[in-house]
Design a protein around this ligand. Sequence first.
Ligand code: ATP
Ligand code: MG
Length: 514
Amino acid sequence: MRAEIKSHTILDKYTALIDISCRLNSEKNFEQLLKLIADEATKHLDAERATIFMLDKEKGELWAKVALGVSDTIRFDARLGVAGAVLIAGKTMIVEDAYKSPLFYPSIDSMTGFQTHNILSVPLRNPKQEVIGVFQVLNKRQGRFTSEDEHFIAALANQAAVALENSVALTELETRHQELIQENLHLRKEVEERFTSKSILGTSSKIEDIRSIIEKTAESAVSVLITGENGTGKELSARAIHYLSQRRTKPFIAVNCAALPETLVESELFGIEKGVATGVERRVGRIESANGGTLFLDEIGDLSPTAQAKLLRVLQEREVEWVGGRRPVPVDIRLIAATNKDLKEEIKQNRFRQDLFFRLNVIHLRMPALREIRSDVPLLATHFLRKYAKEVGRDVQAFSQNAVKTLMSYHWPGNIRELENEVKRAVVLTSGREIEVDDLSEAIAEEHLAVPETESGQKSGEKQTLKDRVTTLEIHMIRDAMAQTDSDRRRAAKMLGLSHQGLLNKLKRYGLDD
Ligand SMILES: Nc1ncnc2c1ncn2[C@@H]1O[C@H](COP(=O)(O)OP(=O)(O)OP(=O)(O)O)[C@@H](O)[C@H]1O
Ligand SMILES: [Mg+2]
């Protein structure tokens, strides 16, 4: 053995280093790396043991996982011992007689059950020259550690530091990757559960019908047109159709046509090739992103005429033409469109293509306004109450009877979304476990005081005069008409059977003209 080691020339050592370096590069497992480095160091320096101390910056500790034959982890304050001194100084150190050195920290020996005599200790630096640990070789069998040993171990330490850091980074990446896979599976399941037909609550016949149509059409790939006022659950229904269909594992892409500026709508929907105009980057269109899945075009009534023509082509030819593209790309999408406009009226006004309308309107879902399904108000309100009480961590359990009546008699121009927001607000504001009329917005509480007999059969405002009640009814109907027409006064007047001026007068009289 001795003779063999003595015969090692410097050249031999450097050949060995190159060999070790190759093996370090191909070993990704942290523990295997530690073992490989320690084994090589003891072998080439003819020592009894090698230990790699890694620095835990956050805790200010040094820890070692494996020294030859030691499998437990040891940890100690990073300022202690020869290792600590090397770490602080950032320089190599040789200690001849460990137990006589003031730097020596004998507790490590008692932790490992090893008897240290002499030590060669070098800092481990990463390529950024940050010290990430300390590399120690213990008990040279014959004589002292030489400067040749020192150079060898310094060179090995450089290689080791890179390999160890890469291995830690790789393990972190792998852990994160596994976590993301799990998270993704979990979220997917949650989304699928959240958007089934069961997520559409309500026991009124109008809602039952909606659920039944959704269930029946989900499996086929026919286009669906969903109409209804704001906040009636158009998007919720579109998602339910998607997540009930075979396409559920493919994307559901929602595009709000009203939110796209005229200049961007085509590139956004159909895709644009690089360099169509100066500085334009290549961009895949939303239609293509939905390939295999469902494209939900919200506010389709706002689509420009050119985009309407291009969309029609997509539906007829099942392919999409990029802006500036050379040849069309085949796509397989299911289209669900939604609007709160009256598309037939838009067709008459030449603002919407009739042929596109026929393509979209294979199945029509008309979402009822909340005031058409008042009997569902308590169920929906309770659902939102539970949801938000849990979300904000408040122990709110129910609505008072009067609060329920008030909610049922309001005309809800913003429909279910407005109800949802109202309940959310009340959950935050209420001081008790029950939501009272006082916790509701003023407009809602006031309206209740004067509303005549409602669909649900409740009476209110018994002590009011006929004139008061007529006035309230008028306010109620005017607000409704304004909500339904997006405050288009001419259309609202038409709906109410009033002249334009007549409506303006009433708006002014009731202070509704802002
Ligand atoms: N039947 C229902 N059961 C439970 N929640 C509902 C129901 N309908 C709608 N919601 C909820 O009401 C809110 C509004 O629904 P959604 O966004 O689908 O309406 P929308 O018709 O697309 O509205 P907008 O026209 O304003 O875009 C959502 O939070 C949705 O979850
Ligand atoms: Mg919507």
